[in-house]
Design a protein around this ligand. Structure first.
Ligand code: SF4
Length: 452
């Protein structure tokens, strides 16, 4: 492992609203701690692309997200002790960093008789009465919550499946109908499980209102993405990685919607006045996949040193493109609305995946589209020591971008959580050299008559 000699600073962010976004992370953690004091139910949930968490919340469960908390622990450099506990328990250090951080914390919690240690980052995670796992995206997520059974003394885990249709299968005639039916059935089973556990019934009207709110928030988050297409870029990834918390975890919360109204106004003001997020934008880059949460200040540094604006990032954190009206008009059943939203999220780039010959569609194809829409000069691939799903597609993305879009890539190795494998000096020198590559490819695109 490589030790960093230089400590990076946290990102300063370029938007005022991005500096406010931490409120939502705190809100989730504090609500759960309050719920514990009041004897209300608490759940630990994986990100599930709005499939099941809204259901649990509508049933009165206060959710916290260990992935989000893991990112927070890393950002304040407090993850390492939990990683070491996880390693000491025999879990491999190549396991998902979020899982390792969560396992280390769960062991600490158990050893403290389920009283959250006073110095836990952000107040810590209150003990759950259930865990909502998701089969989407990766194998680690399939087993991680099950493995917490060692520490959480019989807390039940509900595994929610989300179909991830391949690009060719997407075009089969019955594919969509079958997938929607499958998701709705999964949601009904989840409701039955929660009703049995909590001994109360789902409030359909409440769920319907929450789903409507989530659609509104996600729609507005997408509008912000559209504004980011402008040159100079009015907002960069350092902003997005904070701003995403409300739409990714809390889209059903009216406060999240109000927050996005302020984000939209701030970003629009910048667009209308030609104000770039960084004053010296020279290169526009995309970032894939999950960021080094411990060192977001690195992106401020490469902006300042080389004029690099990170204008777009991984598909997975973004609100989907809005569902076509004919797709959702007249669909009043909230479960079907959720099913349509999730199915759309996971399949919307299948046509592009076929066009550019990449698989699976969701990790690679968006970048092939973003390259032109966001007028990018380069792609930064961040292979993660502890995340296979968000790593194995990166080389494919990098090659296809170069071949088909004349957009070159640079590889900066690291990890979401584990600071010890991120070599900051090496990252700077790679990026510095890469600016010449971007100049070269810009010239190639010009000669090839490409649009940017
Ligand atoms: S996708 Fe990667 S970061 Fe996310 S849970 Fe799976 S292994 Fe962890």
């Amino acid at each position: 492992m490589t030790k960093n000699k230089i400590k990076t600073k946290k990102s300063n962010k370029t938007l005022e609203t991005a500096r406010e976004a931490g409120y939502f992370g705190k809100k989730m953690l504090e609500s759960a701690i309050r719920a514990q004091d009041e004897g209300k139910p608490i759940g630990w949930s994986m990100a599930n692309w709005w499939e099941g968490d809204i259901i649990a919340k509508a049933m009165g469960v206060n959710l916290v997200y260990p992935e989000n908390w893991g990112a927070f622990c890393a950002s304040i450099r407090r993850a390492e002790p939990f990683l070491e506990i996880s390693d000491g328990e025999g879990f491999p250090n190549t396991l998902c960093g979020y899982a390792r951080n969560n396992i280390g914390f769960a062991k600490t919690l158990k050893e403290n008789d389920f009283v959250i240690p006073a110095d836990a980052p952000g107040g810590g995670l209150a003990k759950p009465i259930m865990m909502l796992a998701s089969g989407a995206a990766c194998d680690a997520r399939y087993k991680w919550f099950q493995s917490l059974g060692r520490y959480l003394d019989g807390v039940p885990v509900w595994m929610l499946e989300l179909p991830q249709t391949g690009a060719r299968e997407f075009f089969l005639p019955e594919n969509k109908a079958n997938n929607l039916k499958f998701i709705v059935k999964e949601l009904k089973l989840l409701i039955r499980f929660l009703e049995d556990l909590l001994k109360c019934k789902m409030d359909d009207a409440k769920l319907e209102a929450m789903v409507d709110q989530a659609f509104k928030t996600l729609g507005l988050a997408h509008e912000v993405d559209l504004l980011r297409r402008n040159v100079p870029s009015p907002m960069v990834s350092q902003d997005f990685w904070s701003i995403m918390i409300p739409h990714f975890y809390l889209p059903d919360d009216p406060e999240a919607y109000e927050f996005y109204q302020r984000v939209y106004a701030e970003v629009k003001h910048k667009v209308d006045n030609g104000i770039g997020a960084i004053p010296n934008e020279k290169y526009r880059m995309m970032f894939g996949e999950l960021p080094p949460w411990h060192s977001i200040g690195f992106f401020d540094d490469i902006a300042e040193r080389y004029g690099i604006a990170m204008v777009m990032e991984s598909w997975n954190y973004h609100a989907p493109t809005p569902l076509p009206e004919e797709e959702i008009d007249g669909v009043t059943d909230p479960l079907e609305r959720i099913a349509r939203l999730c199915y759309h999220k996971y399949t919307e780039y299948n046509p592009a995946a076929l066009k550019y010959a990449v698989a699976p569609s969701y990790f690679s194809a968006p970048f092939l589209e973003y390259a032109e829409i966001y007028r990018t000069d380069g792609f930064m691939a961040h292979p993660l020591m502890s995340c296979r799903p968000a790593t194995y597609t990166l080389m494919q993305t990098l090659q296809r971008l170069e071949e088909k879009r004349l957009v070159p890539g640079v590889v900066v190795n690291g990890d979401i959580i584990d600071l010890r494998v991120f070599n900051l000096e090496e990252a700077y020198s790679k990026v510095e050299a890469f600016t010449e590559t971007m100049d070269h490819y810009r010239e190639l695109r010009r000669k090839a008559g490409m649009a940017w």
